[in-house]
Design a protein around this ligand. Structure first.
Ligand SMILES: *[C@@H]1O[C@H](CO)[C@@H](O)[C@H](O)[C@H]1NC(C)=O
Ligand SMILES: *[C@@H]1O[C@H](CO)[C@@H](O)[C@H](O)[C@H]1NC(C)=O
Ligand SMILES: *[C@@H]1O[C@H](CO)[C@@H](O)[C@H](O)[C@H]1NC(C)=O
Length: 150
């Protein structure tokens, strides 16, 4: 058997092994601002790729990992953060007017997203004034496409 075949097989084997493992890279970062009405709530997504597959979590400004807050906030397994509709008495500044960050990590590293500032506003029910709607700034599509090409 030619020795170059053996060499090629060894190189292929090496490339297919642990060399492909890498730290996480964001596919989708949360928007810088999430403005929403108390009547609609809102959701923000975060996604990253890496090998092995990274785990997604959300953090408070102090770095503490977010928990679910019954009736107000849910952290879904797939990396989406959900703000539920709420009544005026349920308003909480530490949930509805604060800063969040998304964190992705695997065995090869961790990355933290830019800040996302939430701003929940009461629905305006006065006559003639439309109720504020969910404004979720879209992630720039060029950037998404650029990431996908990597
Ligand atoms: C996560 O799941 C929720 C509900 O099933 C869905 O609305 C959301 O788009 C998903 N997020 C991602 C990043 O796929
Ligand atoms: C949102 O706030 C308005 C004004 O306080 C209130 O009338 C409305 O019922 C609230 N929405 C929900 C889902 O509680
Ligand atoms: C609600 O409506 C009043 C009267 O139309 C207006 O002055 C006020 O700015 C509105 N508030 C919000 C939060 O949109």
């Amino acid at each position: 058997m030619c020795s170059w075949v053996v060499s090629a097989l060894i190189i292929l084997f090496a490339m297919g092994g642990e060399g492909q493992e890498h730290g996480p890279v964001f596919l989708m970062e949360p928007p810088p601002r999430l403005v929403f009405s108390n009547s609609t709530g809102a959701r923000a997504s975060c996604a990253a790729h890496g090998f092995p597959s990274p785990q997604i979590a959300w953090q408070q400004p102090d770095g503490a990992q977010l928990d679910d807050v019954p009736g107000l906030r849910q952290v879904l397994d797939n990396g989406t953060l959900v703000f539920l509709p709420f009544s005026a008495v349920q308003y909480r500044q530490d949930i509805h007017a604060t800063v969040y960050r998304c964190r992705a990590h695997n065995a090869h590293g961790a990355i933290v997203s830019r800040d996302m500032r939430t701003q929940a506003e009461p629905a305006n029910n006065s006559a003639g004034n439309p109720t504020p709607i969910v404004v979720q700034l879209p992630y720039p599509s060029e950037q998404l496409n650029a990431d996908r090409k990597l």
